[in-house]
Design a protein around this ligand. Sequence first.
Ligand code: SF4
Ligand code: SF4
Ligand code: SF4
Length: 377
Amino acid sequence: MSKVKNWHLGREMEYAYEESRPKRQWAIVFDLNKCIACQTCSLACKTTWTSGKGQEYMFWNNVETKPYGSYPLAWDVRVLEKLGPQTWAGGKYQGKTIFEGAVPSERAVHFAPTDEDWMYPNVGEDDCAGSVPNAGDHIGELPHDRWFFYLPRTCAHCTYPACLAACPRKAIYKREEDGIVLIDQSRCKGYGECVRACPYKKSMYNPHTRTSEKCVGCYPAVEQGVQPQCVVNCIGKIRVMGFINPPWKARADNPIDYLVHKKQIALPYYPQLGLEPNIYYIPPVHADPAYLRQMFGPQVDGAVERYKTLHKDPVAAGLLTLIGSTDRIMHGFRVANGVARGFDEAGQEIVDVPVTEPIIERPAVDEKTGVVHYNTP
Ligand code: SF4
Ligand code: SF4
Ligand code: SF4
């Protein structure tokens, strides 16, 4: 085991290999206040990557309803229970990561989902938390303590991947050029150690090829400067893919760095597991704070409060309007004179959008043509 720096934890931790950060790191930010669980992302990925034999139940991108939805079944509850106490103090994680809590013969605290656990990708969809609904009581007093939110998930192309640490064949590697984590299908023998070790359950076994498979970060698109399929097809425009720097190299004009480091409104999920996952979430403002704290850590309260004031900050508001406005990867952005602009790696402008647009109300009936615009004028 080596000592490595994990900035999500605010401390060093133990990992199977020495710290080796890629030249740049693939990352996605999701605004959970905007996801509508249309599952377009799931199907965009499925039709691109997992429509073959043995992949019938495989969703590299899935969207689950929290707190009760999960794919595979109860993945989060089971991982957190096995890990034991998870406490934070002064911005530092005090508990053990899945690497530090493992028995000496194992690389990580783990569990293996059964075939049945993978068979219900939409289990718990739209189930609310809060008081148990009784017939008809939704018409009476408003149940403000009831809540749920949608959590879209892909592989996090972790800085410290548990799948990679656990693979006895060294078939899993992290690309130097973009930090994408891939399984070399010619080396994989399907032992399933990665499926057991990944706490997010984003490595999956294919019984037809008898190998493990996972989200490939849409690397062929990324190599062309294009964002992944699950990002560009997002109906709610809740996602932006780019490259994140660690906090000591953060750039304020990098969209991902801006949301994660400068504004600190996008947070990693279950950072206490110790993988430094590279998918970041803007937390939902309406969900139970205690639930959000166990999922996103103690910084979540501040992130929620800052997000609520973002519309007063023209730069932040401009960046939010850029999300979903282009299929190209934005390496930089700038907001000036009411216009938000995105730039590619060469610094060339790839998109511009007005931060606010005029609202035009059309009359119900067009007097000139006699056309009725609405069904209910
Ligand atoms: S496509 Fe976007 S809005 Fe629809 S479920 Fe996926 S992340 Fe949510
Ligand atoms: S999310 Fe899981 S499968 Fe993806 S890199 Fe991290 S440990 Fe590996
Ligand atoms: S990045 Fe590509 S491979 Fe990964 S979940 Fe999204 S669409 Fe699928």
